[in-house]
Design a protein around this ligand. Structure first.
Ligand SMILES: NC(=O)c1ccc[n+]([C@@H]2O[C@H](COP(=O)([O-])OP(=O)(O)OC[C@H]3O[C@@H](n4cnc5c(N)ncnc54)[C@H](O)[C@@H]3O)[C@@H](O)[C@H]2O)c1
Length: 741
C-alpha cells in the first residue's frame, strides 16, 4: 500500500484518530504527507469531530522522520512535489479549529518529532524517544523544528539536541517540556491522549501552540549570547567545510530574535541550500548504502535461507582471535577457543574477559551479562569441541605454511557442513585452502582491530565458495552486529588494496623532502582519523614492510617501493609497539613527532630515491622543487587520488558487488570521513574527468623519473571520464565496453 494516512472517528466522544501509515517506521513519504494534509483538512472541517489524535501505525514508531531515499531524489531534482508542510502544520495541526494531540509510541524523530511538536500536546509511552537528528545527514530540520524545539525546551537544550543529534527518552522529554504526559504502558496511550484532547476541546485544559510560546526563548540579547555559545561549540567540533551546523544556528537565532515567521522562512532557505551540499549528499549516501551491503546479487536473492551459527571455533587467542571471540559471546554465540599451549590459552581467555570487563567498568554491561558471556567461552589446546562448530575462524599467525597445515587438520576434525574461514589480512584464500578438498566451504572473515569494536566485516569469497556459505557468513556478520561487505579474492582484498597507495604516496612525499608531520596534519584536516605515517606507527612498521612488499610484488606497474619503512624497521623504529616510530609515545600512548630522532632515517630514504633516479637527477630536482611548494589541497590530491584510482580498479574488476560497498568498507575500516562519502562517492561528486586530469598531471610530472605509473589513471576511470558517467554507475553504464577493460 502506498504510504498514506487513515482515520477513524469515535462518534460518541467526537475524537478522531489519524494514523501515519508507512510501515515499519512510518517514514514521511511525500504521498503520506499529501494524504496527511488532505485528511487533516477533512477532520478540521468535520462538525462531528471535537479533537484529533495523531499517532503512528504499527508497534514501533510514531514516525522516524522524512523518507530518506526521497532526499536523494530531491538532491537530483527528481523528487515528488511536497505539499507546503509548514503551512499545513501551522494552519491545520497547531492552530486549526480542533485541538490536536500526538500519541507517541516508539520513535518520534526528525520530521516525526516536528509533526508531534506542531500538535497542541504530546502524550508518550515511557519507552518512546523524541529528537531532531537531521544534522547527522548534513541537513537541518525542515518542518519548523528549529523554531518549535527552542520554544518548548529552551534554546540551549534545543541546540544541544540538534548539534549532537541525540534524542531524549520520554521521561526526560517531559521534564524538559517536550512531552506533556508519559504513560507506563502502551495500552494507556490512546486513553490518555483522548482524555487530554477532550479536555482541550472543552476548554478545561489550555491548548499550547509551540510556535507562539515565548517563555523559554528569553529576550533577543540573551538568545544571541546563547547562540554564540553554540557557535563556539560548532567551531570546536565541526570539520572545516561543514557548514550546516552553524547554518542551523542561524535559523534558530532568526526565530528567537525576529519571531517565528521569520524563523520558519530562514529555516526553509537554509534547508534548501544545505540539502544540495556535497556534505549532505555524502552523508545520505553513506546512510543508505550501509543498509545495502548485506544484499548480494545471486546470493541473498537466491531463495536460500541462512543457517544459524550457534557455535564458532576460533584458532588463536591473540589480539584478533580474542576480539572475535568477544564479539561472538557478546551476541549469544558459543565459542571454542584453541591455542598452542595452556599459557597462551589462558592469555587469550583473559583478553576476552578483559574486553568484556571494560564494558562492565564503564557501566555498559551488568556483572550477570558478563558471567553469561564468559560461560559461552570454552578453551582448548586440542581440537576438542570442534565437532560442534558450525563455523571455524582461523586467526593464527600470518604464515602460509601454518595456515595450510591448520586447514588440512580442520578438514579432518570438523563436520562436513562446517564453514572454514580465515582472518588472514593478505594471503590468497585459495592458497590457504590449497591442501584441502573443502575449497567450496572456505571463506575469508576479515575483521579489523579491535575486532569486538570495529564495525566492518570484510567477507572474502572465492570463485569456488558455495552461495550457502556466503549467505551464512553474511548472516553471521549481522548476528555479531557487524556490517558485512562481501568482496572478491585479490591481493589486499578490498580495503587494504585500495589504501596501499595511501601510505606509499606519503612515503614518496617524505622521500621528496616534505615534512611527514605536515602530511599527517593535512590528511587529518581532510577528515581521516589520522595521517598515513601515524597510521603506519599504529599498525606497526614491520606489518607495513610485510604488506607493502606484497603490493610491490603483485602490482609492480603502479607501486612506489620506498625504503622508508625498511629503514625505520632496521633503525628499531617499530611504531607504537616499541613506543618509537615516526612519533615517540609516552606511557599513555600519546604521540609527539619524533623529529630529530628520525631525521637521519628520512634523509637516508630520500637519498635512496636520489640514487635510484641518478640518471634523471635534474628532473628529480625539478619535481622536488614543485612538491615542496605544494598547497594542502595538492597534498590531499597526491595521497587520496591514487586511493580513488585503485578503488576504480576494484569496482571495474567486480571485486565489490556495488561501488557503494567499497565506500562503506572505507568508512567503517579506515575511518574515511562519512561526510566525504567514501572514495568513489567523493570522486563522483568531484567528477571523474577532474580526478582523471589531476592524476594524469601527477603522472606526467613523475614519468621522467620512472614513477608515472603510480598515478596513471586506470582504464575504468578514463572510460567513465570520457563517457561522462559516474564511477558508481560505470559498470552498468559502459556495458559491453567494460568487458574489454
Ligand atoms: N593485528 C591486526 O590488526 C590484524 C587485522 C586483521 C587480520 N589480522 C590477521 O589475523 C591473524 C592473527 O593476527 P593477530 O594480530 O591476532 O596475531 P597474534 O600474534 O596476536 O595472535 C596469533 C595467535 O595464534 C596462536 N596460534 C598460532 N598457531 C596456532 C595453532 N596452530 N593453533 C592455535 N593457535 C595458534 C598464537 O599462539 C598466537 O597467540 C593473522 O593472520 C593476521 O594477519 C590481524
Amino acid at each position: 500500500m502506498a504510504p498514506s494516512t487513515y482515520y477513524s472517528i469515535d462518534s460518541q466522544s467526537g475524537v478522531a484518530l489519524l494514523y501515519l501509515s508507512n510501515p515499519p517506521v512510518n517514514a514521511l513519504h511525500p504521498s503520506l504527507l499529501s494524504s496527511f494534509a488532505e485528511n487533516m483538512a477533512l477532520l478540521q472541517a468535520d462538525a462531528s469531530v471535537k479533537a484529533i489524535i495523531i499517532t503512528g501505525d504499527g508497534p514501533s514508531a510514531f514516525s522516524a522522520g522524512f523518507d530518506i531515499p526521497q532526499f536523494v531524489k530531491t538532491q537530483s531534482g527528481s523528487g515528488a512535489k511536497l505539499p507546503d508542510v509548514n503551512a499545513m502544520l501551522t494552519a491545520l495541526v497547531e492552530n486549526g479549529p480542533k485541538p490536536t494531540v500526538a500519541a507517541i509510541k516508539g520513535s518520534a524523530l526528525g520530521g516525526g518529532c516536528e509533526v508531534a511538536m506542531a500538535t497542541n500536546a504530546r502524550v508518550a509511552t515511557a519507552k518512546s524517544v523524541l529528537g531532531l537528528p537531521e544534522l547527522q545527514l548534513g541537513i537541518i530540520p525542515g518542518f519548523g523544528g528549529t523554531q518549535r524545539l527552542p520554544r518548548l525546551v529552551g534554546i540551549q537544550k534545543a541546540m544541544e539536541m540538534m548539534l549532537t543529534s541525540k534524542p531524549l527518552k520520554a521521561v526526560e522529554a517531559k521534564n524538559r517540556g517536550l512531552v506533556d504526559v508519559v504513560v507506563a504502558n502502551d495500552d494507556d496511550l490512546l486513553p490518555a491522549a483522548k482524555q487530554l484532547a477532550l479536555a482541550m476541546a472543552n476548554g478545561t485544559t489550555p491548548r499550547t501552540c509551540a510556535l507562539s510560546k515565548t517563555d523559554k526563548i528569553g529576550p533577543p540579547m540573551a538568545a544571541r549570547a546563547m547562540v554564540q555559545l553554540g557557535r563556539m561549540q560548532v567551531a570546536k567540533n565541526t570539520p572545516p567545510g561543514m557548514k550546516h551546523p552553524s547554518m542551523c544556528l542561524d535559523a534558530i537565532l532568526v526565530g528567537a530574535t525576529e519571531g517565528p515567521e521569520a524563523g520558519i522562512k530562514k529555516e526553509a532557505e537554509v534547508f534548501a541550500e544545505v540539502v544540495q551540499h556535497d556534505v549532505s549528499k555524502s552523508l545520505v549516501h553513506v546512510f543508505l548504502s550501509q543498509r545495502l551491503t548485506s544484499k548480494i546479487r545471486g546470493v541473498t536473492d537466491s531463495g536460500l535461507r541462512p543457517r544459524p551459527m550457534k557455535c564458532v571455533a576460533i584458532i588463536g587467542g591473540g589480539l584478533m582471535g580474542s576480539g572475535i571471540a568477544t564479539a561472538c559471546v557478546l551476541n549469544g554465540i558459543d565459542v571454542v577457543l584453541k591455542e598452542v599451549n595452556q599459557k597462551f590459552l589462558e592469555g587469550g581467555m583473559q583478553r576476552v574477559a578483559a574486553n568484556l570487563m571494560s564494558s562492565v567498568k564503564k557501566g555498559r554491561m551488568t556483572k550477570e551479562k558478563y558471567e553469561q558471556c564468559m560461560s559461552r567461552l570454552k578453551g582448548t589446546i586440542t581440537y576438542e569441541g570442534f565437532d560442534r562448530a558450525d563455523m571455524v575462524i582461523e586467526a593464527a599467525l600470518e604464515d602460509i605454511g601454518l595456515k595450510q597445515k591448520i586447514f588440512a587438520e580442520l578438514e579432518q576434525v570438523c563436520r562436513k557442513d562446517c564453514i572454514l574461514s580465515t582472518n588472514t589480512s593478505t594471503i590468497d584464500i585459495n592458497v590457504v585452502g590449497a591442501k584441502t578438498n573443502a575449497i567450496n566451504r572456505i571463506i575469508g572473515n576479515h575483521f579489523f582491530s579491535p575486532a569486538h569494536i570495529m564495525k566492518l566485516l570484510e567477507i572474502i569469497k572465492t570463485d569456488s565458495t558455495d552461495k550457502q556459505v556466503i549467505l551464512d557468513t553474511i548472516a553471521f556478520g549481522k548476528a555479531i552486529k557487524k556490517v558485512p561487505v562481501v568482496v572478491g579474492n585479490c591481493t589486499g582484498f578490498a580495503v587494504n588494496r585500495v589504501f596501499f597507495p595511501y601510505t606509499m604516496a606519503a612515503c614518496l612525499l617524505v622521500d621528496l623532502g616534505v615534512d611527514p608531520y605536515r602530511i599527517d596534519k593535512v590528511i587529518k584536516a581532510f577528515g581521516m582519523p589520522m595521517g598515513p605515517l601515524r597510521l603506519a606507527d599504529l599498525v606497526g612498521i614491520e606489518v607495513g614492510v610485510h604488506v607493502g612488499g606484497q603490493f610491490v610484488q603483485n602490482f609492480s606497474d603502479r607501486t612506489y617501493a620506498s625504503e622508508l619503512m625498511h629503514r625505520m624497521r632496521d633503525g628499531d623504529r617499530l611504531g607504537e609497539k616499541n613506543k618509537k616510530g615516526f612519533y615517540n609515545y609516552d606511557a599513555k600512548r600519546r604521540a609527539t613527532p619524533a623529529g630529530r630522532d628520525v631525521e637521519a632515517i628520512l634523509a637516508a630514504s630520500g637519498a635512496a630515491l636520489d640514487a635510484k633516479a641518478a640518471n634523471t637527477a635534474a628532473q628529480l630536482r625539478q619535481i622536488k622543487q614543485k612538491v615542496r611548494s605544494f598547497s594542502d589541497k595538492d597534498i590531499v590530491d597526491f595521497i587520496m587520488l591514487p586511493v580513488v584510482n585503485e578503488s576504480s580498479r576494484v569496482v571495474a574488476e567486480g571485486i565489490v558487488d556495488k561501488a557503494s560497498d567499497l565506500d562503506i568498507a572505507s568508512v567503517l575500516s579506515m575511518g574515511f570521513p562519512p561526510y566525504r562519502g567514501g572514495p568513489i562517492k567523493m570522486a563522483d561528486l568531484r567528477g571523474a574527468a577532474s580526478v582523471r586530469d589531476r592524476l594524469a598531471s601527477f603522472a606526467a610530472m613523475f614519468t621522467p623519473v620512472g614513477l608515472g605509473g603510480f598515478f596513471e589513471p586506470c582504464d575504468y576511470l578514463q572510460s567513465c571520464a570520457r563517457a561522462g558517467v559516474t564511477l558508481a554507475d560505470g559498470r552498468s553504464a559502459l556495458g559491453t565496453q567494460m568487458a574489454r577493460l
